[in-house]
Write a new protein. Structure first.
Length: 329
């Protein structure tokens, strides 16, 4: 059985006690006196707009005080939300479902984007198809989004994970191992795709573009924040749409901010544009009304059948559309 990096409930309880965040009284407060919202994000083009929101004062404009925390490791951000050490995080639907299966109490309140090519399986020269991965050594971050993409791709090619030599590594380390020639292929997301493609002769043999809708990305909040401060959740959702509008009106400056956070050039950052489809307000409302519930059920079934989780996560309370419904265009 695969070992999940998402922590099971018993470990969550222990880690939550051992690594407890500062008490509310020690945190900054918003104008209404509520503690600041601890919002996490990590390296993904659909989440870098949060950096713009902070630098342009858009959280404050919407009356919410935010402690924005950037995680070098995506998995660390998932575990921080699962243990209550942050209040909100941007993460994929499949990783959220894995956390919920492990006992975390989390709710999706916003669709940031769909991955439409920025998650990729990149292979060395001579490996031209998914079928060519048979017997190859493939690295990815175990139990997270590009491991999920790898399993989808292998299934499409009629292969199982047992027919490749899977090497579990954090995404940045996986990209570095591929460039160094220590593995034959790698599952990575942008901006780590830029790193991986520096290996001479390498190419993407499949991507999330080949699996439409399979990797939606979201703002996910703890049930505790939802119960105690739903006004802050509404403010976060409103800030997101204000930020996307600001980026649209100030593209060059926004790209500089986001590329700086990503650690890549503005030119490299622009190449990610097609591979991440940012959802509009109307697309958000439509997704919550139709696609998301069906997608959550489908991913849940896949996680169980692939033994990424022991049992299907409960879907009650997973999706909360009222915040996008309340945003005024």
């Amino acid at each position: 059985m695969l070992r999940r990096l998402i922590l099971p409930a018993a470990v969550v309880l222990v880690l939550g006690t051992a690594c407890a965040a500062a008490p509310d009284s020690a945190r900054p407060a918003d104008p209404g006196g509520a503690p600041a919202v601890r919002l996490g994000f990590s390296a993904w083009p659909g989440w870098f707009p949060w950096q713009v929101a902070e630098e342009k004062g858009l959280f404050a404009k919407n009356g919410v005080t935010v402690e924005l925390k950037y995680f070098d490791s995506y998995t660390d951000s998932l575990n921080a939300l699962a243990t209550g050490n942050i209040d909100a995080n941007s993460q994929t639907l499949n990783d959220t479902l894995a956390s919920v299966a492990g006992g975390a109490k989390e709710t999706v309140v916003l669709v940031n984007d769909n991955s439409t090519g920025n998650d990729q399986i990149i292979a060395k020269q001579g490996v031209k198809s998914l079928a060519d991965l048979k017997g190859a050594t493939v690295a990815a971050e175990q139990g997270t989004v590009d491991h999920y993409l790898l399993l989808l791709a292998l299934r499409k090619a009629g292969l199982t994970e047992a027919q490749v030599k899977f090497q579990p590594l954090p995404t940045d380390a996986a990209a570095a191992a591929f460039v160094a020639g220590r593995v034959d292929a790698v599952g990575v997301f942008a901006p780590f795709t830029t790193t991986a493609l520096k290996r001479p002769g390498s190419s993407a043999i499949t991507s999330s573009a080949d699996f439409p809708g399979a990797i939606p990305d979201h703002l996910v909040v703890t049930r505790d924040l939802l119960a105690k401060n739903d006004k802050a959740v509404q403010a976060l959702v409103k800030t997101w749409f204000d930020t996307i509008a600001w980026i649209g009106a100030n593209r060059a400056e926004a790209v500089q901010i986001m590329a700086g956070r990503a650690g890549v050039s503005a030119a490299d950052y622009e190449t990610y544009d097609k591979g991440t489809t940012i959802f509009t307000l109307e697309q958000n409302r439509a997704a919550f009304a139709g696609e998301l519930p069906a997608r959550a059920k489908k991913i849940s079934e896949f996680l169980v059948s692939s033994k990424l989780v022991d049992a299907a996560p409960p879907l009650d309370g997973l999706l909360e559309p009222r915040f996008v419904q309340a945003v005024q265009p």
